[in-house]
Design a protein around this ligand. Structure first.
Ligand SMILES: NC(=O)C[C@H](N)C(=O)O
Length: 317
């Protein structure tokens, strides 16, 4: 019989209403409670590891390291075919990309969650969990890195993004689509990620921040972050990676202090590129030693830079 470890971390998928508000408490349920309420597959041996019980925005970098270590410990057992991690959807894409970059084992790591609680009409808890378990022990998903299973679809961690605040079609991978689908418990894979990357991370993650650029942005936030001890700053620029010219003096101050600055784009698709030559353009930024963040979403860029700094590797995008 195939064997899958189910690591639970909280989120709506493990939520219960809280008194007196009657509103959902994300992560109120332990892994054992969640598994008991769900109709888990009978043909797969599922081992429960109830790790964390939090709303996903309450998770920390230290939680990531703890979870990564737990996954690696489970993979020390050769009988394990794969791991499922249940997670709140709000930050699921960040955690999934962290696992993707920091876990070397070729067996599948599948992250899933739900938009509706187990008691809600048309809840997606049961189906997402079931599909994630079948995916985690499917041989086709070996060497694909960490994937996200949601609403019958399988996404690469590198590109997946929460696209809807509440709809059960909650995730998408803009410009890339999904790797495959799960139909009636069967996994069908249509494409695989071309490259895998691995960074060895054992230490606490450094402070890395994101600043979003808009008309009239200036350097106040950048200077404040430099004073707060930020080791890396992702600036989410516009279009091909332009920023407001009034940010440039503070960007230069950050670089002089040894802070890594990466420019990304707020566009859903397409890459940062030095197309223009004017104050604040990607060309101007690049000349000031700002790293061009290619087509990375800002939150993925933040995970990537944190991991590269923690691994003491060269910063590369
Ligand atoms: N759907 C969810 O899981 C959202 C929840 N607030 C979370 O913990 O991320």
């Amino acid at each position: 019989m195939k064997k899958v470890v189910l690591i639970t971390t909280g989120g709506t998928i493990a939520s219960k209403p809280k008194e007196p508000s009657g509103k959902l408490d994300s992560g109120a349920m332990s892994g054992e409670e969640l598994a008991e309420l769900c109709d888990l597959p009978q043909d797969i041996d599922v081992e429960i590891d109830s790790a964390i019980q939090k709303p996903s925005i309450h998770l920390t970098g230290d939680d990531w390291i703890l979870l990564k270590n737990r996954i690696e410990e489970h993979f020390d057992n050769p009988e394990i075919d794969g791991v499922v991690v249940t997670h709140g959807t709000d930050t699921l894409e960040e955690t999934a990309y962290f696992f993707d970059l920091t876990i070397a084992d070729e067996r599948p790591v599948v992250v899933t969650g739900s938009q509706r609680s187990i008691a809600d009409l048309g809840s997606d808890v049961y189906i997402n969990l079931r599909h994630a378990i079948y995916s985690a022990c499917h041989p086709d998903l070996k060497k694909c890195g960490t994937v996200v299973v949601f609403n019958e679809r399988i996404f690469a961690a590198r590109y997946v993004k929460k696209e809807h605040a509440s709809n059960i079609q909650g995730f998408n991978a803009f410009g890339f689509g999904y790797l495959g689908i799960i139909d009636n418990d069967d996994v069908y894979l249509f494409q695989k990620p071309a490259n895998r990357e691995y960074y060895q991370v054992n230490s606490t993650l450094p402070r890395v921040d994101i600043v979003k650029c808009h008309i009239d942005s200036d350097g106040v936030m950048l200077d404040a972050l430099a004073n707060a001890g930020s080791e890396g700053i992702i600036i989410e620029g516009v279009g091909r990676g332009q920023v407001a010219p009034s940010m440039m003096p503070a960007i230069k101050r950050c670089i002089e202090k040894g802070i890594y600055v990466v420019i990304t784009t707020s566009s859903e698709e397409g890459s940062v590129y030095p197309t223009y030559d004017y104050p604040g353009s990607a060309h101007n930024l690049h000349n000031e030693q700002v790293v061009l963040g290619r087509d990375f979403d800002s939150k993925k860029a933040r995970v990537r830079l944190s991991v590269q700094l923690a691994a003491k590797e060269n910063v590369q995008f």
